[in-house]
Every structure is written in structure tokens, then in C-alpha cells.
Design a protein around this ligand. Structure first.
Ligand SMILES: [Mg+2]
Length: 512
């Protein structure tokens, strides 16, 4: 700027300077002082935030220090290899030639995708496979990621894009559009969680009754203690994430799924940002509404975690905190273990009709069956509703939910509490960027907290990736100490957060 002023000044006014004059000899005492602009400042102002430029620096695959790097370089190709094996297992069971050839076409496309990932190819447009979300994906690529590759696009977008491309491998086929390459794995982890499954079914099969002759105050105290423990079960149920369990032994999985009281007390101190008390204050007030409020779960993983979510939702209904629970799943296979409609139906039906657990007692089997029957009745009478909005399977974060899916924002604004489960939902809430760990949750989630009509939002997440916020005023110190003392604390699933934003419920939703 100042250079332009000097040039134009020298051309239009005063005598021409002798050649070789030093700029320093000019007297500029009446001009404003020079400002030293930092090359970039964070957080970015709202107007300069976009999917490739989050409010704080994005995580990208080429950051060798981040989990993004390991995911893009190793984990995603491994997941694809396993997915190809799954499809080939299915090929081996087929007899009709047209089905075989069609499915082998899917394998070929998966192999091409794997080669692109391993060769760090440029992100291309999604092909027109007849799906309703093609335009939304290609709009985001055109506006923010044109010419970017798997490693230099934001990690969040590149990873989500991979699952959409995997979807495309099948939607371009004649007969296999609904094939789920992860279905076998998802079913397996539920079947292998015997101890934890029956621990919960035997405790919760009978509708809950308070002890006789206790006061209202005592009842509320008892409910509060149960709420705390069930919140933790719902939280740690999130440890079961198939995309991360690739190298875990069964023993390790079992210890992650532990539902015993002692283990829960131990694990409470691993909840680094803990708003469970505030959550209880909010939930207990819902009892005052006509037979409870509306609670929404934005689901994460199928199988054991979904089962824990349902136990929690059942408790909220039985205690009169919720009169309606809406569960939000994915439209197609997503981040390996996420819940689809098929997984939802599979869980409820296999509880009632299945023979998944050959070694349990008759009483245990009955407990699981009765629990499943109660949940199916909730579905029939509209107490529980399963939904699958297309926005949950896009590369956009939830900062853009208000602008890119206004119908969904309006829908959620009518909820009394929206619980986001798991790591990916947390990444999307917080724009998956390097915000300081002391950043308040309601600041980190942008318009999901600040837009008029934003519902109360809770994130229940075991920490499995780089973004960590909401640890309180000394959060930066806590994170710095953990960085020093415990390698991999952000990806082990050993730590967690339960964070709440009050939102702006009741205000009229507005769109620009
Ligand atoms: Mg998941």
C-alpha cells in the first residue's frame, strides 16, 4: 500500500527525484504509522471461514505429527483392503453370472480408489450415480477443494470424501447399490460383546421402579445417580469404533466396554471436560414438560454403542425426561461402523429373534428379548423415531448445517436436547481444527451454539483424534502436560469429554 502511494506521489507532484535517491530520506511524518500485519491470525473472522479454512488451522494429511497423517496414509488404505476382501467373500457365494460380473465391477472401482489414495490423487468430482447428494458434494469440491489431493485437502473433507467415493463404487452398479462392505464387521462386534450386553440387559429388562416409601427428593437423588452412571455407559460405549479397533485384542475391547461401577468411577476422572452436572440440570427440568421433552441422538457407531445409546434413551423415557427420542443415522455405510437403517433394524430384530449368543442362560436370553420387544414397541407407538437426513453424510461440518441444511436446522431447533455421539460428530461440531484446548465448547461449535433457535447441544465423545476443546480455563495447560507425559493420549480413546452448550432455544430461527 505505502509503495503505491510513493510511486503515484513521485509521478504527479513535485520535481522528479534524482536517480538513486534512498526512500529512507523521504519525510513521511504525516502519514499513518506502519502496521506489521501478521500473515494469519486465529481464530479467523467468521466471514473468512470456509470448509478449506476453518476458524483455527486445519488438520491435513501431510501434517506428519497428526493423526490425520496416519489415517490418510495407512488406516484408510487398510480399511479399503479389508472392504475388498469382504466383497470377494460375497462374490464366492454367488452363482448368477450377471450378479458376479456386476459385483466384480465394484471391486475394480474400489481398487482404483485404493490406488488413488495410495498415490495421493487429486480429488475429482463425484460421478452422477443417481444419488440426491451429488450436487452438494460437487458444489463443495468446486468451491473449496478444486485441484486439492487427499493429503492437502482438510483431513475431515478428504476422509468423508473417501466414504462417498466408496459409496459410488456400488451405486454405479446394477444390483449392488445397497451393499454394505462393513456390515459383517459391525455385526461381529456386537456378537463379541457378550458380557457387557447381558450385564445391561439383565439390569434394565424390568421397567424401573423406585423403592417404596421414599420421598420425592430421595427419588430425584436416586435418578441423578443413575443418570450419571448411564451417561458414562453411553459415553464409553463410544469406545467401540471399528475403524480404530483393527489391531485390538478381544481382551482390550472388553476392558474398554467395562460397565462395572468401580470401572466407571475410575474412568470419570478421564473425562477431561465434564458438563454432566449441567446436563443433569437441563434433563431434570424436562420432567416438568408434559411427560418429558424431545431428545435427539445424532448417532455414531452401530452394534454395542447403539445398544448403549438405546439403554440410555430407554432410561430417559421411563423416568419421564423424554416423551420422544429421535435417532439420526447415516444413509449409507460411513466411517466403517456408523449406524445405518439396516444396522438399526438388525440390532432390534436380532435382540428379539436372533440366536447370536449360544452360550448364555435362558434367563439372560429372555432379558435381551424383552428389552428388544420394549424398544420395538417404542418404535411402533412413535416414542422412538429413526431418521436419516442426507446432510449427515456430507463433507460439510456442522458450522455449515444452518446454511447448507436449513430444514435440518429448523427440525433440530425444536428439540430440547441434541446429543452428538462420538469422535466424528465432535470433529464436525468443532470444524476439526487446532483450536486451543481452553476454547469454550459454545465458541468452538459456531452457529450450532450462536444462531437464533440453536438447541441445547451435548457432545459425548471419547477422544480419538487431534481436536480437543472445552477443557476449561486451564485447558491449555492440561493439554500441554498430557502432550508431554502421555504419547497418543488424543487417539487412545482413554480420555473423553461430555460438553454442553445451552444454545438459544425458543428464539425464532432466521436464515440470511
Ligand atoms: Mg463412527
Amino acid at each position: 500500500m505505502s509503495g503505491d502511494i510513493l510511486r503515484s506521489g513521485s509521478q504527479t507532484s513535485g520535481p522528479l527525484k534524482p536517480p538513486g535517491i534512498d526512500k529512507k530520506s523521504l519525510h513521511l511524518s504525516h502519514l499513518p504509522e506502519r502496521h506489521i500485519m501478521k500473515p494469519s491470525t486465529f481464530p479467523r473472522t467468521p466471514g473468512s471461514v470456509d470448509p478449506n479454512n476453518p476458524p483455527w488451522p486445519a488438520f491435513r494429511g501431510y501434517h506428519t505429527y497428526s493423526f490425520a497423517n496416519a489415517t490418510m496414509g495407512v488406516r484408510l488404505p487398510t480399511i479399503l483392503s479389508k472392504a475388498i476382501q469382504d466383497v470377494l467373500m460375497t462374490v464366492n457365494t454367488l452363482s448368477a453370472e450377471s450378479l458376479i460380473i456386476d459385483l466384480l465391477g465394484c471391486v475394480k472401482r474400489m481398487e482404483e480408489l485404493k490406488a488413488e489414495l495410495e498415490g495421493n490423487g487429486v480429488l475429482r468430482y463425484i460421478k452422477d450415480d443417481g444419488e440426491a447428494d451429488v450436487a452438494l458434494w460437487n458444489k463443495e469440491i468446486a468451491k473449496y477443494f478444486l485441484g486439492k489431493d487427499f493429503m492437502n485437502a482438510t483431513w475431515l473433507f478428504a476422509e468423508a470424501y473417501k466414504y462417498r467415493r466408496l459409496r459410488e463404487c456400488f451405486t454405479l452398479s446394477q444390483h449392488w447399490a445397497d451393499y454394505d462392505v462393513f456390515f459383517r464387521q459391525k455385526c461381529d462386534t456386537f456378537s463379541r460383546s457378550t458380557d457387557a450386553v447381558f450385564e445391561l440387559s439383565c439390569r434394565f429388562v424390568e421397567p424401573f421402579m423406585h423403592a417404596a416409601h421414599i420421598s420425592e427428593g430421595e427419588k430425584l437423588d436416586a435418578e441423578k445417580l443413575m443418570f450419571h452412571e448411564l451417561t458414562q455407559i453411553c459415553l464409553w460405549g463410544n469406545s467401540t469404533d471399528l475403524s480404530l479397533l483393527i489391531n485390538m485384542t478381544e481382551e482390550q475391547i472388553k476392558s474398554l466396554q467395562s460397565t462395572g461401577g468401580e470401572a466407571l468411577a475410575q474412568t470419570e476422572k478421564n473425562i477431561l471436560g465434564n458438563h454432566t452436572e449441567q446436563l443433569w440440570d437441563l434433563v431434570k427440568k424436562l420432567k416438568g414438560k408434559t411427560r418429558g421433552g424431545r431428545i435427539d441422538f445424532i448417532l455414531d457407531n452401530a452394534g454395542f454403542e447403539l445398544y448403549c445409546d438405546c439403554v440410555y434413551a430407554d432410561f430417559l423415557v421411563q423416568m419421564g425426561f423424554a416423551s420422544q427420542v429421535r435417532f439420526h443415522g447415516k444413509r449409507y455405510p460411513w466411517f466403517v461402523s456408523d449406524v445405518t437403517k439396516k444396522d438399526w433394524e438388525w440390532l432390534l430384530n436380532s435382540m428379539v429373534y436372533g440366536r447370536l449368543f449360544p452360550d448364555v442362560t435362558e434367563i439372560e436370553r429372555e432379558s435381551l428379548k424383552s428389552l428388544g420387544e420394549r424398544w420395538k414397541e417404542y418404535e411402533r407407538n412413535g416414542t422412538w423415531i429413526y431418521e436419516q437426513h442426507p446432510y449427515w453424510c456430507t463433507g460439510y461440518t456442522f458450522w455449515d448445517l444452518h446454511s447448507e441444511a436449513p430444514d435440518l436446522f429448523l427440525h433440530l431447533s425444536k428439540s430440547d436436547l441434541v446429543i452428538f455421539k462420538g469422535d466424528l460428530n465432535h470433529r464436525k461440531l468443532t470444524y476439526d481444527c487446532a483450536a486451543p484446548a481452553s476454547t469454550p465448547f459454545s465458541v468452538a461449535i459456531g452457529s450450532m451454539a450462536s444462531a437464533p433457535g440453536a438447541p441445547p447441544v451435548c457432545s459425548m465423545r471419547t477422544i480419538k483424534s487431534d481436536v480437543v476443546v472445552g477443557l476449561g480455563k486451564n485447558g491449555d495447560e492440561i493439554a500441554a502436560n498430557l502432550n508431554k507425559e502421555e504419547d497418543g493420549w488424543k487417539i487412545s480413546g482413554k480420555y473423553a469429554v461430555v460438553l454442553l452448550s445451552g444454545g438459544r432455544p425458543g428464539e425464532q430461527v432466521r436464515f440470511a
